[in-house]
Design a protein. Structure first.
Length: 276
């Protein structure tokens, strides 16, 4: 039986199928996207449908996605986990700069707290490890923020198995967020390590960035279930591992409903064999 929930960090239960906010911003996650009232409506509907994990980042916009989350959902419902990310600075729609010095991470976390209207961020993920700063210094800064009650759990985004193992020698890691989906399983060894250590794996691009719509096996399975290829892709993630917590993003209410309905799709053993 596929579990619908996961206990993050050993203490925070969430429904595994969450919602990501990147698509609430403009192309390249830069600037606004359309009428902000539409974004507010999508966020509120996601929570109405039972979403308990909202994944955002300070550089989506930048700042815009976090501000929309607060506008739509504050005061936050009991049991709603807000995850955000820091460690990357945006200066343009195609300009991403890793910023992992302790003073930068502290400032970014404080800014996220203000925008999200939170005293404590449940899950604060380091968006990228800074190769110019020792890992111990970056994680040490997050540990200091945790000790002060600013964050509750630490996560990592886009890491290797070796980096995660090294990080676990320094501190507790509650989540990782790497690219992983039905057609891109390069992070399989990392997923296995997360399973062994009880670490949540939040796959980005869980819908394959559109590539799943042309996959014949996915399309055939979808037809057999009266579903869409995207729903099959999300259902496959939920079946694949109990630590996988996909947070597909969309700015459309129709697409949101489609994504969340994927939680009701039950794949058979034959389906899973066909999907690989």
């Amino acid at each position: 039986m596929v579990s619908a929930s996961f206990t993050l960090g050993g203490e925070l239960p969430v429904r595994r199928l969450g919602y990501g906010t990147a698509q609430l911003t403009g192309p390249g996650y830069w600037g606004p996207r359309g009428d902000p009232r539409d974004a507010v409506a999508v966020l509120r509907r996601a929570v109405e449908r039972g979403v308990a994990l909202v994944d955002t980042a300070d550089n989506y916009g930048p700042a815009i996605a976090e501000e929309l989350v607060a506008e739509a959902l504050h005061p936050y419902a009991e049991g709603l986990l807000i995850a955000t990310k820091g460690g990357v600075v945006r200066t343009g729609d195609s300009s991403w700069h890793i910023a992992g010095r302790p003073e930068e991470l502290r400032a970014m976390c404080e800014a996220s707290l203000r925008r999200l209207r939170l005293d404590t961020i449940d899950l604060y993920q380091l968006h990228r490890l800074d190769p110019a700063v020792p890992m111990a210094e970056q994680l040490g800064a997050l540990d200091e923020l945790r000790a002060k009650g600013k964050i509750r759990h630490v996560g990592l985004d886009t890491v290797t198995v070796e980096q995660l193992e090294a990080a676990l020698e320094l501190t507790d890691i509650a989540s990782v967020q790497n690219r992983y989906n039905l057609l891109d399983r390069a992070s399989e060894p990392l997923l296995q390590l997360c399973e062994a250590r009880g670490i949540a794996f939040l796959p980005w691009f869980p819908l394959g960035n559109g590539s799943l719509t042309v996959d014949p096996v996915c399309a055939k399975t979808a037809a057999a279930h009266g579903a869409t290829p995207g729903q099959i892709a999300l259902a496959w993630l939920l079946h694949r591992s109990p630590v996988l917590c996909p947070t597909p993003g969309t700015g459309s209410l129709v697409h949101l409903e489609e994504n969340l309905d994927a939680g009701a799709v039950r794949l058979t053993d034959e389906d899973l064999r066909a999907l690989g």
